[in-house]
Design a binder for this molecule. Structure first.
Ligand SMILES: Cc1ncc(COP(=O)(O)O)c(C=O)c1O
Length: 371
């Protein structure tokens, strides 16, 4: 007998589960390979700060106790750094959890969320998981957010707007003027979620609109950031958001009481003290992205200029799935863009120099195989 279960929202039936990059061990086993590099999940190839390692080791001795559910110390440090009151800060089990909690809190059946497509797939997943309808506005011809078109797509059912800046999977950014124009058009009671997971990689740009500045000026936006990328703590799952206090109070009611574990809190605190580690990673990333871009262009492919730690490569008419599978057979795991509706591209994270060498060599061979 098959048991049937009925989800609270029928939209869950339309949800395609998140496809993470394949684990290294699985590819090694499947392909019978010993050397594998993973350039699929926009992780930090340089590891993490030694200060974070030390803090985690110390925190490990105390894991018989529950963590501080209020995240007092971490919020205190973030509050100082960001110059926003601690009451405006919400911590998450990865920034992903905050994106999801907002949907859980604010959506009922038939409500709309508004976001660009392709953008981070979790906006779609969180929407469908909570009965919502995702209004997906295509990126413009340069694969950037078309914020004017998004503003035109606002309706009286829009409950959340998500804007990834920089965007994943394209690596593109929106500038100040266009974002300000957009913010002026989003109703005050509709949270505009500025997802700044890759903020550190783009903050040096003259025209980069730092969400925190707009928040401090009194805009009722939600600025989401993470320790998973520039700080190298992806496996610990810790992120945060800054938002209007009434919204923070509501989110704190629906989240799990101990959503961020104690080792993650300790490591995140220490990571905030290691600017040198972050800077070394950013310098390495910029150099390697440039090198990948030049090498890829030299074999006749094109890239979307990226302000992140990954790059979207257009395969000049070849199938992204073929190239993805070909690379996998050679021990290089990248991200297929089929789930994002971009079947002629792949997304590659900038790794260590030798990892990128391995990728470039394998890509050259595969491109020659599929003329
Ligand atoms: C745009 C964007 N937002 C959020 C996340 C989620 O990151 P985390 O949950 O690790 O903080 C990612 C991860 O890849 C991302 O690309």
């Amino acid at each position: 007998m098959t048991i049937t279960y009925r989800p609270a929202y029928s939209s869950v039936e339309d949800l395609v589960p998140y496809s993470a990059g394949k684990p290294i061990e699985e590819v090694a086993r499947e392909m019978g390979l010993t050397r594998i590099v993973k350039l699929a999940s926009n992780e930090n190839p340089m590891g993490m700060s030694p200060l974070a390692v030390e803090a985690m080791n110390q925190a490990a001795a105390g894991v018989n106790r529950y963590p501080d559910g209020a995240g007092w110390d971490l919020k205190g440090k973030l509050s100082e750094r960001l110059e926003v009151p601690r009451e405006n800060i919400v911590l998450g089990n990865g920034s992903n959890e905050i994106l999801e909690l907002l949907a859980q809190l604010l959506l009922t059946e038939g409500d709309e969320t508004l976001y660009a497509w392709p953008a981070f797939v979790v906006y779609r997943l969180a929407t469908l998981a909570h009965g919502g309808r995702g209004i997906e506005v295509p990126l413009d011809g340069n694969l950037k957010h078309d914020l004017d078109a998004m503003a035109d797509a606002l309706t009286d059912r829009t409950r959340i707007v998500y804007v990834a800046n920089p965007n994943n999977p394209t690596g593109t950014c929106v500038g100040r003027d266009e974002l300000e124009r957009f913010m002026d058009r989003v109703p005050e009671n509709v949270p505009l979620v500025l997802d700044e997971a890759y903020f550190e990689f783009a903050r040096h740009l003259d025209d980069f609109p730092d969400g925190m500045e707009y928040f401090r000026q009194g805009r009722p936006i939600v600025v989401v950031r993470t320790f998973s990328k520039a700080h190298g703590l992806a496996g610990l799952r810790v992120g945060y958001a800054v938002m209007p206090e009434p919204l923070a109070n509501l989110l704190n009611r629906v989240r799990q009481p101990f959503n961020v574990n104690s080792m993650a809190q300790a490591a995140a605190m220490a990571a905030l003290d290691d600017n040198d580690f972050v800077q070394r990673g950013l310098d390495h990333n910029r150099k390697e992205l440039r090198r990948i871009q030049d090498a890829v262009e030299s074999i006749g492919l094109t890239v979307t200029p990226s302000f992140t730690n990954f790059i979207l490569i257009d395969l000049a008419g070849r199938s992204g799935q073929d190239v993805y599978e070909g690379l996998m057979k050679k021990g290089v795991i990248v991200r297929s863009m089929v789930p994002y509706g971009m079947p002629g591209t792949i997304r590659v994270t900038a790794g260590l120099s030798e990892e990128n060498d391995m990728f470039l060599e394998a890509l050259g061979e595969i491109i020659a195989e599929f003329p």
